[in-house]
Design a protein around this ligand. Structure first.
Ligand code: MOS
Length: 763
């Protein structure tokens, strides 16, 4: 799998633009350009795609957590009414690899209809029929002979000798990952206090509003079009081509509107290849939409982790050592289960040791989920920081401020900008931290407390990114970008960038995006990098259009183009604003009818790293009789570089806070120990926070520094919005009750158990 690298990418933006000093459109609170379509329901999502002659498909999934498929008998299914095509591992054409999108997963095979099923829910066969009901009926009629195998659900059990091997090379998903800086033994010796504590986080599921869905259509046997609910049409094109052995040019992937992914729609999933194979076999278009329960089984999760943290601190608040040990369950197919980057880089500490072990288990595959690996590690790190502050009697805000690094210790280079300090101080001020902290001491059954946690995201966004801007003779504009707006409002932000650069109102700009046949390559939308990667190319493309317009005007005004400025649709000499010409009156534009600008993004400048930071604050109420935890208010201060659009910025932060509240309080995948089946494969038993679980009182405090890492100054927002929320809530619970809940989610039962335990200990 080729990795995106900076090699061979032009070292300059195609227009070498200085950072905006002042903006008039970017940074405003503008509603989304597609708000009307989305709200009225006229936006056609993949689920809404309906083609003439289209069939509907359903998947037969393995009921066992670990089994060999000995025989698939589909004779009865094939003869049922409406059934057009059936495929399973018995059909040679299904023997195709399913490529991973993550380098850490290379070397672990993942194939369609693998006769060795490794989790309850793995695909065994599929049917395409005239109606969905017929497909579902036919799936039930397929007779499969399974040989059930012993299974293992817990990562620690999976490492024990004699555990059932899930892959040929055993259950260690990848080599144990260790990082060492300094000497932790020495660091602990220098500490006045050393704390050690274990933490656990549950397995969570992405749960986007729109489930995974693919519609596949062939023209002949060589040209495939797939409408897909995906975070990136170009990676999908690449993996489909690789899987089905087609040239890239023969595969078209389209995703116009997208109903959320959070990482679960980043790479290709099995069902998309299944839809393509069924469509080819049936010679008709096929829609394959996963049901809500299927979306809980086969398309990824945020893996469960067991973490132990040991930390040393001096009385004055100096951190002397951090030791982090993590064992995580990646499920049946690999990805990384956690990421200790923050342990090594968020706070100043000379002695750090992290050790991370990823283990296969007979649970659905793991997949990057909103800041892959970071929220789990933040749960342990930020509670450790809180416990250390408590131990030395220092305010948690002061304690963090005392341990801020001036550069990346991991990468050994400075940050382009780091607003971490401001996130903490301005966040604390806006939250009313000092007063609230004093006011929270309480007696009686309901206790109040406040807590905070900080975080960073770990990977800067890079090129390639290419954009095309077309200005038509009436002055209206098309922006053409390959990237997918996954619900975050990136298309709106991109249109605002064009509006800023060209002085054309957003209402006159249309965005064509996310279609491999009509737009150019873009990376998948994820990693908090969609705007950071693409907006600089968009700005460069708009600037190229402006450059050409100034050239055209220079000829007509008889002035060098360097003397001219474009303002509000009019080009005029800077010193004679009245002597201008409107763009739409340019004779040359009338003749050529369109001006086309192509923009490329340069790599990030070497020698510094550009990353977002955040600090989250929470106030909670704990009912000591019922164990119920209620979040009263949340505040998030973010340094994500330039605020591109105040509304979409807030939307992302509020969404991230909500997801973090789910991590802290309600979300947990439960797998039955007896049968290995997921018991929470629905929105009743798997509890994402509802409007009643998240506080109305949520505040977003943008820090908005000037960052010159790229020509728009953005650093990324999607992932840091969620990372530090759960530990902030847990720290607030500690502040309220004096009890540290180490297991996420913090259930009322566990809360009561800990409160009782403390009561007993106190005697
Ligand atoms: Mo994300 S987990 O980079 O969609």
């Amino acid at each position: 799998m080729p990795q995106y690298t900076n090699a061979n990418i032009p070292q300059k933006d195609s227009q070498d633009l200085p950072q905006w000093e002042k903006t008039s459109v970017v940074g405003q609170a503008l509603p989304r350009i597609d708000a009307y379509e989305r709200v009225t329901g006229s936006a056609a999502y993949t689920m809404d795609v309906h083609l003439p002659g289209m069939l509907h498909a359903a998947i037969l999934r393995c009921p066992h957590p670990h089994a060999l498929v000995r025989k698939v008998d589909a004779r009865k299914a094939r003869s049922m009414p409406g059934v057009i095509a059936v495929i399973s591992s018995a059909d040679p054409e299904t023997n195709v690899p399913v490529p991973y999108g993550w380098w850490i997963s290379d070397g672990v095979p993942m194939r369609l209809f693998d006769p060795h099923c490794r989790y309850a829910g793995e695909e065994v066969a599929a049917v395409a029929a005239e109606t969905l009901e017929q497909a579902v009926e036919a799936v039930r009629a397929i007779e499969v002979t399974y040989e059930p195998l012993p299974f293992v659900l817990d990562s620690q059990d999976a490492l024990k000798p004699g555990a059932p091997p899930i892959h040929d090379h055993g259950n260690l998903a990848r080599p144990v990952d260790a990082y060492t800086r300094g000497d932790v033994v020495k660091g602990f010796a220098e500490a006045d206090f050393v704390l050690e504590q274990s933490y656990r986080t549950a397995c969570l599921v992405h749960s986007p509003m729109e489930t995974h869905v693919s519609v596949a259509q062939w023209e002949g046997r060589e040209r495939l079009t797939v409408w897909d609910s995906t975070q990136g049409v170009f990676p999908h094109q690449q993996y489909l081509a690789q899987s089905l052995k087609l040239p890239l040019s023969s595969v078209r992937v389209i995703c116009k509107y997208m109903g959320g992914g959070f990482g679960a729609k980043k790479e290709l999933s099995h069902h998309t290849i299944i839809a393509a194979l069924l469509a080819r076999k049936a010679a008709r278009p096929v829609k394959l939409a996963l049901t809500r329960d299927e979306s809980f089984l086969g398309v990824g999760n945020r893996p469960a982790n067991s973490i132990t943290m040991k930390a040393g601190v001096k009385k004055d608040g100096t951190l002397t050592a951090l030791q982090f040990t993590r064992v995580g369950s990646v499920g049946a197919y690999t990805e990384s289960a956690g990421d200790a980057l923050q342990v090594a880089d968020l706070y100043l500490c000379p002695n750090v040791h992290t050790q991370e072990t990823d283990v296969f288990t007979n649970i659905g595959r793991s997949r990057g989920m909103r800041a892959p690996g970071f929220p789990q590690c933040s749960w342990a790190l930020e509670q450790t920081m809180d416990a250390l502050a408590d131990k030395i009697g220092m305010d948690p805000v002061e304690f963090r401020l005392k341990n801020l690094p001036s550069a990346s210790q991991l990468r050994k280079m400075p940050y382009s900008t780091s607003g971490l300090k401001q996130c903490i101080t301005e966040g604390a001020a806006a939250f009313g931290w000092s007063n609230a902290r004093k006011a929270t001491l309480g007696k009686g059954p309901v206790l109040r407390g406040i807590g905070m946690a900080a975080c960073m995201w770990g990977f800067p966004a890079m090129p390639p990114a290419t954009a095309i801007v077309k200005l038509y003779l009436d002055g209206s504009v098309n922006l053409n970008i390959g990237t997918t707006d996954i619900g975050t409002g990136t298309n709106t932000v991109m249109a605002m960038v064009v509006a800023e650069e060209l002085g054309v109102p957003v209402s006159k700009i249309q965005v064509e995006s996310s279609d491999t046949a009509t737009t150019q390559f873009a990376q998948t939308s994820g990693g908090s990098g969609t705007v950071v990667r693409n907006a600089p190319a968009v700005r460069a493309a708009a600037a190229e259009v402006k450059r050409q317009l100034l050239e055209l005007a220079a000829a007509e005004l008889n002035r060098p183009s360097g003397d001219l400025v474009l303002r509000q649709g009019k080009i005029a000499p800077a010193d004679e604003p009245d002597q201008g010409i409107r763009i739409v009156d340019l004779r040359a534009l009338k003749a050529q009818r369109v001006v086309v600008g192509v923009g490329y993004r340069r790599p990030n400048p070497p020698g510094r790293v550009s990353l977002p930071f955040a600090a989250n604050f929470a106030e909670v109420e704990v009912n000591t009789r019922t164990g119920e935890i209620k979040v009263l208010r949340l505040l998030a201060a973010h340094d994500s570089g330039r605020v591109m659009n105040r509304i979409t910025y807030q939307n992302q932060v509020f969404g991230g806070l909500t997801m973090g509240a789910g991590f802290a309080l309600t979300e947990r995948q439960v797998v039955d120990r007896q049968t290995g089946k997921v018991l929470t494969a629905n929105w009743h038993d798997y509890k994402i926070p509802t409007a009643r679980d998240v506080p109305v009182d949520q505040t977003c405090v943008p820090i908005d520094p000037r960052d010159d890492q790229n020509n728009v100054g953005a650093k990324g927002l999607g992932e840091p919005a969620t990372i530090a929320t759960a530990p902030a809530i847990a720290n607030a619970v500690f502040n309220a009750t004096g009890v540290r809940v180490t297991q996420a989610p913090m259930s009322p039962m566990e809360m009561l158990r800990l409160l009782n335990q403390r009561h007993t200990e106190k005697g």
